[in-house]
Every structure is written in structure tokens, then in C-alpha cells.
Design a binder for this molecule. Structure first.
Ligand code: PLP
Ligand code: SF4
Length: 406
């Protein structure tokens, strides 16, 4: 029941009954074991996606037989490459948890969830797909689908929802908005996944942005395609990105198991086009709410030259509450990184404030100002990553801005 995105040439997912199974394209287990994702185009792999849990019978063991109502909230889509990475028999496999539907999606949590809990619609410029929340930068939601759908997706309201198709007119209106607003210095293309577009379509959108909005200093993109369908990254795509001076691509990885030789190879291809790369991670119960898993993920990331940028708390989106890691655990995880692994491997932890408050950094306090008991002023109390403490009274002295003498 998903709508085809106009810009995508690859066949989009349809209903379970009209999906690839009907045309005989779905891979059986022996075919999947022998499948080489390099051997066919990314569009063909896109068309081979599994879109219903019943299609995984014989491919994976112990797949949950979820109720059909799960599909009315959020579709299922899984590339053959992603299915290859899943453990055949372990339902707790960190990749299976991210992508296979579960009955937990139907149970009611003890708190309110909603589809647009980030309040993005309130900050969307009418007629466009631009979320303009912060000064000097905008989020440009260009696409409403992804190669593989994550069960905890923050943008379920638009990603593969029938009503959420990003229309060509909206894209044009969005470019108009950026072109007409000289205060916008930074444009972040996201979605869905911008790399679900063809090279030609991306070439057009990026080209128009650069041509009509020369005031934009920083052009960046968020994509999970590199992780879910790495062969989407081709020399031709990189040439388009380089031509329009895309400066940064943030990829989204939640577990070291997602880092494969093929992923590394395609990351390198992007880097060779002179594009800086960042990593975004969602903190997910059962997947990566573990200090060792996070240390390994972020070290592997900087090893390939991808700088960990943000770790997001799972948003309170419908059907994702079973992934939520409590705030105090997020702080413990951060404390398990800072000081213990290379500084550049430590990302900023973020919770997105309900209803449009925006990104709020979760920062444990290492340095605190406290009032001295004798009333003579304040002192600075410090603790390091390993729990050692020291007081620095000199930093707590009264201070006023120096007055100019001339
Ligand atoms: C995350 C986000 C941005 C970019 O934020 P940075 O902290 O600059 O990476 C911009 N707009 C919206 C609406 C966002 O959610
Ligand atoms: S890749 Fe991102 S936008 Fe796409 S389904 Fe996953 S979380 Fe949602």
C-alpha cells in the first residue's frame, strides 16, 4: 500500500501480494547464500526487497508472525544484502532487531507516543518539504523512502507512508525557498534517503541548489544507503556529489556487525571524492545499549575515517517504545566512552525534545561550580573519566568583564 515515489526509477515496494514474490524475484535461502550484491545494479537489488515477514519463511528461522495491522503503521522492506547480514537463527541478532517487525510495535507503552513527536510539521514551510527550525540552516526532506526500513524510524509519518510522497512541486518550492532566503547557510538533505534518487535527479536538485542559492556555504546529506545497499555508491554518483561540492555525508550505523568489507570499500569511494563523513547512531535497547558494543562501533568508525557525530536517543515515535534506552543509561554509556577511547571517536549524545524543542545534548557533568560553605565565594569541583576528583577554587573567583582603558 505504499505509494511509488515519482523520482525513483527502481520499482518501489507495493503491497505484499504484488511485491517481488509475485514476479519470482525474491531470493531463497540458497540463492541468498550465493548472492553477490556487486553482481547486479542497485535498482535490481531494490526490486528484490522482501516486503512481508511471510516472505522470509525458509530464509530466516524464528521470524515473528506479526499481525497485519503492523503494516498499516509502517511497511517492511529489506534488501537482500541486509538479509545476508542477519543471523539466520538468532532472533536477537542486532540487525534483525532493527529491521524485522515485532509484536512489541502493537503494545501500548506507559507514555504517549505520536507520529510527529519531533513537531517537524509545525516547523515545515507550507508547500515545501523544508523544516526550518534553527537559525541559518534547514533540513530538506527530499525523499520519502529508504532502501530498508528501520522499525524505530523517527519519520514514520512520511517514510513509506501513503500520504507522505514528496512531490516534484514540493521539491521545486523548497529550492525556491532556499534560493530566496539569503540567511540560509547550511542545507541538510535527508528524508527518507536522498540516495534513493537516480544520479540524474540528484544532479538536478544539487545543481539547482548550487546555482540558485550561492549563499549556501555547507551542503550535506544524511543517507543510510551506504549501509543498507552499499553498491548504490558508484563512481558516477560520487562524480555528481563532487561536482556540486557536497561537503559532508552522514551515514547511520548502529552496530559493528553492519560494517562489512563492501561498506568500507564504498565509504572510501565517497571519501576519495573529497567528502567528509560522519556517523549517526540511534541508541537502541538490545542492539547497542552496551559500552563494549559502542566502543567497538566508534573505533571501527574512526578507523575508516568516519567521525562519530551524534548518538540519538530513540524518539517516542509510535511502535518504537521497546527500543527506548532510559536517560540515566545514556549517561552511563557516554561515560563509558569519554576518556576511555580516542577523543575523536566520542560522539555527542542527543535527545530530541518532544514537540519541536530540537536537539538537546546529553552531557554528564565533570566540572561543577559549588558555593563555599564559609560564604567567601565558589569553588570548581572536578571529576575525571575514571572518578578521580580535584577542587579548583581559583576558577570560581568573582569575575567581571575587563573595562577598556582607552
Ligand atoms: C538535526 C537537524 C538539523 C541539523 O542540526 P546540526 O546540529 O547542525 O547537525 C537541522 N534542522 C533540523 C530540523 C534538524 O532536525
Ligand atoms: S534509514 Fe533513517 S529515515 Fe530511513 S527508515 Fe531508517 S531511520 Fe527512517
Amino acid at each position: 500500500m505504499l505509494q511509488k515515489v515519482v523520482e525513483i526509477k527502481a520499482p518501489s515496494t507495493a503491497t505484499a501480494t504484488t511485491s517481488a514474490s509475485a514476479s519470482g524475484k525474491l531470493l531463497t535461502r540458497p540463492e541468498l547464500d550465493a548472492y553477490d550484491p556487486r553482481a547486479e545494479s542497485w535498482q535490481k537489488q531494490f526490486a528484490r526487497r522482501y516486503t512481508h515477514h511471510s516472505e522470509l519463511t525458509g530464509v530466516l528461522d524464528g521470524v515473528e508472525n506479526v499481525d497485519e495491522t503492523v503494516y498499516s503503521k509502517f511497511a517492511v522492506a529489506l534488501t537482500p544484502y541486509m538479509a545476508q547480514l542477519m543471523d539466520k537463527s538468532d532472533p536477537a541478532c542486532p540487525i534483525r532487531l532493527q529491521y524485522l517487525p515485532s509484536h512489541h510495535e502493537q503494545t501500548k507503552p506507559g507514555f504517549a507516543t505520536m507520529l510527529d513527536q519531533l513537531g517537524e510539521e509545525g516547523d515545515t514551510i507550507p508547500g515545501t518539504s523544508i523544516v526550518h527550525r534553527y537559525p541559518r540552516r534547514v533540513l530538506f526532506l527530499v525523499s520519502n523512502t529508504c532502501a530498508t526500513l528501520c522499525r524505530f524510524c523517527t519519520r514514520k509519518r512520511m517514510v513509506s507512508q501513503p500520504a507522505g510522497s514528496v512531490h516534484k512541486d514540493e521539491i521545486e518550492a523548497s529550492i525556491d525557498y532556499i534560493a530566496g532566503n539569503p540567511l540560509i547557510q547550511d542545507v541538510l538533505l535527508s528524508g527518507g534517503d536522498p540516495l534513493t534518487f537516480t544520479d540524474e535527479r540528484l544532479d538536478y536538485i544539487l545543481g539547482e541548489l548550487r546555482r540558485r542559492a550561492p549563499h549556501v556555504r555547507f551542503l550535506r546529506m544524511g543517507s543510510r544507503m551506504v549501509v543498507q545497499l552499499p553498491t548504490r555508491i558508484t563512481p558516477e554518483l560520487c562524480a555528481v556529489l563532487e561536482k556540486h561540492r557536497v561537503q559532508m555525508i552522514n551515514i547511520h550505523i548502529n552496530h559493528p556487525k553492519e560494517i562489512t568489507p563492501l561498506l568500507r570499500e564504498r565509504v572510501k569511494m565517497i571519501q576519495k571524492a573529497g567528502i567528509m563523513m560522519g556517523l549517526q547512531t540511534v541508541c537502541l535497547k538490545g542492539v547497542n545499549d552496551d559500552v563494549e558494543v559502542m566502543r567497538e562501533l566508534f573505533m571501527q568508525s574512526i578507523e575508516m575515517g568516519v567521525r562519530p557525530y551524534y548518538v540519538y536517543s530513540t524518539d517516542m515515535v509510535e511502535g518504537a517504545h521497546h527500543f527506548i534506552v532510559p536517560h540515566h543509561r545514556m549517561i552511563e554509556l557516554y561515560e563509558g566512552l569519554r576518556g576511555w577511547i580516542s577523543g575523536p571517536a566520542v560522539p555527542t549524545f542527543i535527545v530530541d525534545g518532544l514537540g519541536g524543542l530540537g536537539k538537546l545534548p546529553i552531557i554528564p557533568s565533570y566540572v561543577k561550580e559549588e558555593v563555599l560553605d564559609d560564604g567567601t565565594g565558589t569553588t570548581i569541583k572536578c571529576r575525571n573519566y575514571a572518578g578521580k576528583t580535584v577542587e579548583m577554587p581559583g576558577l570560581g573567583q568573582n569575575y567581571s568583564l575587563p573595562t577598556r582603558s582607552n
